[in-house]
Design a protein. Structure first.
Length: 375
């Protein structure tokens, strides 16, 4: 496996700038998730790394070697696509063996009838490697089936096996689980992580699913509009986002963004209620509060309950903040909302919070009571 470096990559399609000065460093054996909404440039970035797209500026390095101008087939990278890209007329065994046959057998040796007359030793080696990879992914019993006879999860494992058998410098995965249902997605997620740890593989994994990125990756790179906004470990990304954009994108339900003011001496106010925080800068700001950091309190921000979602262990309470036309979500335990119904008037007090300026950049915030904290 190899270290992967993307240095100041830019890419334009016609008049549309898709990638803007993107730099990423992925350590040997690291699992990096590239997270962002549709159209942010994450798949294009992966294709530039793979050599399937050129870049207008910047460089691509594998280890110490610059491969920016090298053809895709010479980069020794394995790509796993959302659609699996399995050949429907081939068996599982043939699909997995194909990259090895293309590398090790001549064109005439690959002709079905003539090829059997030569290259038997090479074919035996290929068969042994296919069997080894199939065993690692529990595909032994499926080797003679065709893709149409497999479930979505099984097809995904075949695509992974075809990538693994090449012993690539790194694995590039483009939304590989998006076609699976929720149960299979959870199982496949665990399988990919276990496999990556076992192989010590370098993985770049593109997804729009923040839960997937947070659960699988060593680090997550958040992208938007062709730029990398922040790269951090999953928990650090959640606890310490650099901007409101990152804070709102990471977390489910999303962070509440409440219009606020910083008054004299740094006092923070929302809807004319002074909160137990102090800021270092004044003016109009946005208070960011995670849903799980809100509690019911008569001293809190005045709000009216609009909807209650009962999810078993948790309840998601929807409320309109009175006086400022802002919506808030609170994640509470069922006993905390007993007796509440839409139309009830409540107070919401943030236990932890973050503060952002008019441009969405983070502002230092300090709690003034021990039971409260910055996010």
């Amino acid at each position: 496996m190899a270290r992967v470096t993307l240095h100041r990559i830019s890419k334009r399609f016609g008049g549309t700038q898709v990638l803007r000065d993107v730099s990423l460093n992925v350590a040997d054996g690291e699992f990096l998730a590239i997270l962002g909404p549709s159209g942010c440039g994450k798949s294009t970035l992966l294709r530039v790394l793979a050599g399937l797209e050129g870049c207008d500026a910047g460089s691509v390095l594998l280890g110490e070697e610059d491969v920016t101008e090298r053809a895709a087939k010479l980069r020794n990278l394995a790509m796993v696509f959302q659609s699996y890209a399995l050949y429907p007329h081939m068996s599982v065994r043939q699909n997995i063996a194909l990259p090895l046959e293309l590398r090790r057998l001549s064109a005439w040796q690959r002709i079905p009838l003539l090829g059997r007359l030569s290259g038997s030793a090479v074919r035996q080696d290929i068969a042994a490697e296919v069997g080894q990879v199939a065993g690692a992914l529990a595909l032994d019993a499926l080797l003679d089936r065709r893709p149409s006879q497999l479930s979505g999860g099984q097809r995904q494992r075949v695509a992974l096996a075809r990538a693994m058998v090449r012993h690539p410098a790194a694995f590039l995965m483009d939304e590989p689980l998006s076609n699976l249902d929720a149960r299979l997605r959870g199982e496949a997620r665990a399988e990919i992580v276990a496999l990556q740890k076992r192989l010590g593989a370098t993985v770049l994994y593109v997804t729009h699913d923040q839960e997937e990125a947070m659960a699988m990756a060593d680090r997550v790179a958040v992208m938007r509009e062709g730029r990398v906004l922040q790269v951090a470990a999953p928990q650090a990304l959640y606890d310490d986002p650099v901007s409101l954009e990152v804070a709102r994108f990471v977390g489910s339900p999303p962070m509440n963004a409440l219009p606020a003011r910083v008054l004299l001496e740094g006092r923070v106010e929302v809807a004319d209620v002074e909160l137990p925080f102090r800021a270092e800068r004044g003016g109009k700001v946005t208070l960011g509060v995670r849903p799980e950091a809100l509690r019911l309190s008569p001293e809190g921000i005045p709000a009216e309950v609009t909807r209650i979602e009962r999810l078993g262990a948790d309840v998601i309470l929807h409320a309109e903040i009175r006086g400022i036309a802002a919506h808030a979500l609170a994640r509470l335990s069922p006993e905390h909302v007993a007796g509440l119904a839409p139309g009830a008037f409540i107070g919401l007090m943030p236990l932890r919070a973050m503060l952002f300026d008019a441009q969405g950049a983070r502002i230092a915030l300090h709690a003034t009571r021990r039971e409260h904290a910055i996010g």
